[in-house]
Design a protein around this ligand. Structure first.
Ligand code: 4G3
Length: 253
């Protein structure tokens, strides 16, 4: 997969994108990650990439022409349907399903704004998708682009080792993962659930599913409305509901 990042600050990607999994993916040729400097597409002596907003109001707006030209440059040779994604707090909110869908594309273009935003005509002419990584504002789209890159490449076959499978992640099937443990068997008086030490594989899988459901019930009950739930799952949830009701009877709400 090839990802082109269009940005005024390509140096921001140096650390995060050259470590660990990201680097392995690039080293193995599974990810071709490139950066294009928007300022290289300015045409004036001062290489001006931003300007004051029409209508006033302060802040600076990224100019249309350098961004449009930078995008046109990276799109050369790309299929006409390549997603050109603007990182913006006004986009649809990113999640596991979107990460997986984007991983099916041979190429992506990620566009990072700075200042108070980009002249809207960039969006009108060349942007195909607008994505937000959450309901908060950052000083630029670069950190959001790094989040997208990390979440997307985990779904490319061969990026995670055999031990890791993105289909087992929290959110893969709409419920969270349960707790994990490694040695030692006792830490500061805290043990490890006996079922994990017994080595009975089917029992362990049942326990993991139930603890994942318990976490979802406790922390993200909103996810349960959309999750695919088996009879066993629904039985477990009824048990949690009964436990909560019992606590309420004993201690009040
Ligand atoms: C406004 C993305 C701000 C418009 C970008 C870009 C937060 C996110 C910016 C624009 C960002 C996010 C840059 N802040 N929640 N800041 O994904 O096009």
């Amino acid at each position: 997969m090839r990802i082109d990042v269009v940005t005024l600050f390509p140096q921001l990607f140096d650390g995060p994108m050259t470590e660990s999994m990201l680097w392995k993916a690039r080293d193995r040729g599974l990810l071709d990650l490139r950066f294009v400097q928007i300022r290289d597409f300015t045409t004036d002596r001062h290489r001006t990439a931003d300007d004051t907003p029409y209508g006033g109001g302060g802040g600076m707006i990224m100019k249309t022409q350098p961004v449009v030209d930078a995008i046109a440059h990276v799109r050369q040779g790309a299929p006409t349907n390549v997603p050109v994604i603007l990182m913006t707090p006004q986009g649809r909110v990113f999640n596991h399903a979107i990460a997986k869908e984007l991983s099916n594309h041979e190429r992506l273009v990620l566009v990072c704004g700075r200042y108070e935003g980009i002249d809207d005509r960039v969006r009108q002419r060349v942007i195909t998708d607008e994505i937000s990584i959450g309901d908060y504002v950052l000083t630029g789209g670069e950190l959001a682009a790094m989040v997208i890159i990390d979440a997307v490449i985990r779904h490319i076959p061969g990026v995670l080792g055999a031990e890791g499978a993105a289909d087992r992640d929290s959110h893969a099937d709409g419920i969270l993962e349960g707790p994990h443990y490694t040695r030692p068997p006792v830490f500061d008086g805290l043990g490890v659930p006996q079922v994990l030490l017994d080595g009975h594989h089917a029992e362990i899988e049942r326990w993991r599913r139930k603890e994942g459901l318990r976490r979802t019930w406790d922390h993200r009950p909103d996810l349960l409305r959309k999750a695919a739930l088996s009879e066993d799952d629904q039985f477990a949830l009824a048990e949690f509901a009964e436990e909560d009701a019992e606590l309420m009877r004993r201690h009040g709400g």
